[in-house]
Design a protein around this ligand. Sequence first.
Ligand code: IVH
Length: 672
Amino acid sequence: MSAISNIETATARVKQLTAQLNYHNQLYYQDSQSEISDFEFDQLMHELIALEKNYPELKTDDSPSQRVGGTISKSFATVVHAYPMLSLGNTYNEEELKEFDQRVRKTIGDDVEYVCELKFDGVAISLIYENGKLKTAVTRGDGVQGDDVTVNAKTIRSIPLSLAGENIPPYFEVRGEIFMPYKEFEKINIEREETGEAALANPRNAASGTLKMQDSGVVAKRKLDCYVYSLLGDNLPANNHSDALNQLQKWGFPVSATFEKKNSIDDVGTYIKTWEQARFSLPLGTDGIVIKVNSYAQQNDLGMTAKVPRWAISYKYKAESVATILESVEYQVGRTGNVTPVANLSAVQLAGTRVKRATLHNANEMERLDLHEHDTVWVEKGGEIIPKITGVDVAKRKPTAAKIEFITHCPECHATLVRKDGEANHYCLNELGCAPQIKGKIEHFIHRKAMYVDGIGTETIEQLYNLGLLKTVADLYQLTFEQLMTMERFGEKSANNLLQGLEKSKQMPFKNVLFALGIRFVGSTVAEKLATYFKNIDALKNASYEQLRQAPEVGERIAQSVLEYFGKPENLAIVAQLQATGLQFQTNETEVIKESDKLQGNTFVISGVFQFFERDELKVKIESNGGKVVSSISGKLNYVLAGENMGPAKLEKATKLGVKIISETDFLEMLK
Ligand code: IVH
């Protein structure tokens, strides 16, 4: 039975929800304001998605529900650009900029106006609008043809799906840059670090990688953003670039407020100087500015060379670089045995922050830099957030300074380090005997995104490890109350907490268990895909390389890593022990994804027909927020969730027993 029995009511509600969601979205992304909470926004979205599920005929290509993704694209279709996507010539100093100005003036005379913009560091996108609606989003590709990434681009909330306003041409293209804001980049990397996944290299790669992901649901979670910087098409309602940018802004496109008109190349110079430092306060990376001739007629007269327009050029800022002293090199051993060299530096100020450490990546990088003790090194922040050493001031090196060689043995367990074929990293292979690897694996196992074991943290793991009680993750489930009581600062309560935490973790679904095992390259998303695809550990354990490659998101690297993991008897032993302990090694189809504990300890009976949700949707909602759904009304029951047409007998019984009767709206209130 459908939630809304009447198609007209549903149509009206879908229309209303669409308008509300578009309004709040636009308010948030264009005016940086919000009138409702994220929760309320999500509730409206959820209601729309539920209605569209019931009435697929009401779902449109520009519905706000497209923002949450959910489509899987195994490959992207190729689209030929109606207008080639050009690149820009670069200049690096005032001289080259003046030469550009002279070339422009030679063709079009001295009546020239420029528009200066920042050069956003992301990935170029072409957005095609037909009849006021986003039709296709295409990557730059080779400039002539690119990939159709429409489903992914639609999840970017600042990109309008349908336009409002006047003079909207029936067909036009908008070009812009999709980027990952610093904040989002840092947030994702902190999470990845916590879960032992490799950090995303820099916001630009993160943006282009995300835009090409197969699962648009994952893209939606990654909060990409976009700035548009050009309008293309016939009969445009503008005859110069700055009017076009203003028009785009009015139609609802995200235009960075940083663009300015300038009357001379000297004024362009002022713009460049103004933004040289100020750009560090912007939410995204920028690596220069773009100077464009404003008038379209003049742009036309100037034309273009094979690859770049003659009416625009970029000016690249020099990456800020400072000199400091290399104090020492230390080596960190990760959970997977990877050994990373890190430089400790005398603290210096760089691009707005105080820098004390820099990554050295691996032995190749150290060799390239030819580091000697106490070298004076140049440090830069590129697109990355973590600074890197770009060179050494050899003139400042003392003749007696010794060369720093990459270590040959693990700094923790002294095993000989190995460099695997085709890899730049050195590894300590003493998985079962190297402290940071053992502790790292256990920390990963108990992590919130993995087994979520309450009552244990880094310090406890350290102590238990030192006492010789933890050698593998399976040992966790063998811990006894008496053993725990021998630990420092561990009372009865802490011991019981930990044991209960472990017991509770046995209910964690298969996907969490799989992630918790810490198989290299199997992050939480991949673990979820593998769990859903293979359903149980035996199928996964016995899968061939080809079978693994059939699973979504599984490429060569992941498939190899899974094979390698299950090829090791010691890993099979750990899995067997965990299985014997009672962990979940198969998917339970009715698995519930936890949203909150708001309904913890409350029981519900669902009765009647509801306006916004199906009954089984309500059941999932209750369970995912910690509540329980039961079938019969008793004195112990907390709530009857009552829809329309609730049976009179049930109503009478609930009233008699004094059970609280709540409506769908009351229920949504409880979740706020
Ligand atoms: S205009 C014909 N404006 O830089 C002009 N490009 O090197 C084409 N970019 O592929 C581009 N910010 O991805 C323009 N404000 C801006 C830009 C910008 C970043 C990127 C764009 C383009 C590349 C060209």
